[in-house]
Design a protein around this ligand. Sequence first.
Ligand SMILES: O=C(O)C(=O)C[C@H](O)[C@H](O)COP(=O)(O)O
Length: 606
Amino acid sequence: MNKTILEVTNNIIKRSKKNRKVYLEMIEKSKLEGMSRKRMGCSNLAHTIAPMSDSEKELLMDMEIPNIGIVTAYNDMLSAHEPYKNYPDIIKEELVKNKATGQVAGGVPSMCDGITQGKEGMELSLFSRDNIAMGTAIGLSHNVFDGAVYLGVCDKIVPGLLMGALSFGHLPAVFIPSGPMPSGISNSDKAKKREEFALGKIDKGELLKVEAQSYHSCGTCTFFGTANSNQMLLEMMGLQLPNGSFVNTNTPLRKELTKEATRQVLSLVRKDGFALADIIDERSFVNAIVGLMATGGSSNHTIHLIAMAKIAGITLNWDDFDAISKVTPLLCQMYPNGSLDVNHFRDAGGMGVVISQLIKAGLVHNDVKTIVGVGLDDFCVEPKLEDEKLIFTKDCNVSRNTEVVSSIESPYSVEGGLKLLTGNIGRSVIKTSALKEEQLYIKAPAMVFDTQEGLKESFARGELNKDFVAVVKCQGPKANGMPELHGLLPIMGLIQNQGFKVAIVTDGRMSGASGKVPSAIHLTNEAIEGGMINNIRNDDIICLDVKNGKLTLEESSEELIKRVNKNKIIKNNDLTYGRFLFNAVRENISNAEDGATIFKDYEEKE
Ligand SMILES: O=C(O)C(=O)C[C@H](O)[C@H](O)COP(=O)(O)O
């Protein structure tokens, strides 16, 4: 086992001791109380079964029959979630076939960041994660379930579902994906057309046609953004069926996997198998971070993993991510890190190859519990249909296409996909997996903007044809919910392609689809908390030195002290489109390195 990985794991265990104890005691208490249905009054039980068919009623009146809760993030405006429409029926039918029952415990909201990108709605996006966690707990709080399945794919949804599920960690839990859409126009061609649009070379009608060839049907978007990074993480944590995440939506294999996932949760319930809290521990989070680094996954997970771990009483920080990244080679090249997508990744062997390579290098804990047993070896397989029967073929260890997934011996980079930056502006994170060597160092004057629109307007005025560092401030969780600033990428990409050296520094986020322009993101403290980013002025020199993990404002300390609290703090006072309802969230949310969450630690940190 790699020494650094062990050391990071031990640090996390030590740091989390007090919180972890409180969490595990809470779970143990629920476990000891046993099946909640048995403790219910007749009226409570009658309410539970009232909407069921007669045959289901008969089954559920038998207290030994498991009842599985389904928490669904279905809606039909997210391409990744539309396929969930029929899942509850498929799951319930499979349960009844196996002498058990199922009920939709609750629906949770699911936002599409592709729809809200650059718009007001994006200011609710990050907040929706904690809301989903609470919604999940509310659904499960009816307390009539012996296990649960979770239906969600996209960015904030899986983290929120897992956070809610962890609060019911005494129950066995299985996550069920819906799978990606088939590949349409390539993601790189789409990016090129966007740049042509930004230059006025094509009109909106033409761009829309291209976009609609990229986002063309049901299923998860094909790039390796936050949604597909979620899928990867769930496999690394052993919560989803082995190597099944990227099987296309609405295919016979997908349907069989859904049925198998249903049988799996049932088997965990019946055999008194692992509950969620037995599976998830410090090692599973370390494995998840290793997976994130090895695949070059979404920067959003430097926030979400911290928030998810917090619910399990586990305290992570960006030093853990950075230390893991330094020893984890980059094994994947999916868009935005390469030109191919998750469909190509799956065809090359997908997660089976990644996990097997990581096991070989001693980079993951292989003694972890999962929904299918003990050890990640079980995940080095491939699901297939043979005579309409689901099988998992063994030995999915070597890539069938080294343009998209490689090996430990010849990685795309010796280090992982994300890095911590420190310096006199604060702590921030940068995604490095999509950057070229010459983009790893930039020293240039700052151009400061309080809004994304400010930068776009400056571009339209022709002011940005030069080397510069775009400082986009007042975009942190407390200011406006920390929107993804992905909409700046076509402009910044264009300037970069013209040969200028550019970078972004922000207290906001980027999308999982971002990465081609060096971006120091999640900067803490954020501007409205009085962070140093608020004191940067136009033409200050900023040095971004990725290799050495440094982000520095080249001004003397005396000058910086003089500036403290001199700049006015810009707060977004436009609270239309539902944003008013989230005032309390903005007031109580923690900083990015603490998970940007309203949930507090169980105990004070040691
Ligand atoms: O992965 C994330 O974090 C996302 O937010 C996904 C969004 O759908 C992208 O921002 C869309 O990006 P494009 O491919 O540029 O259209």
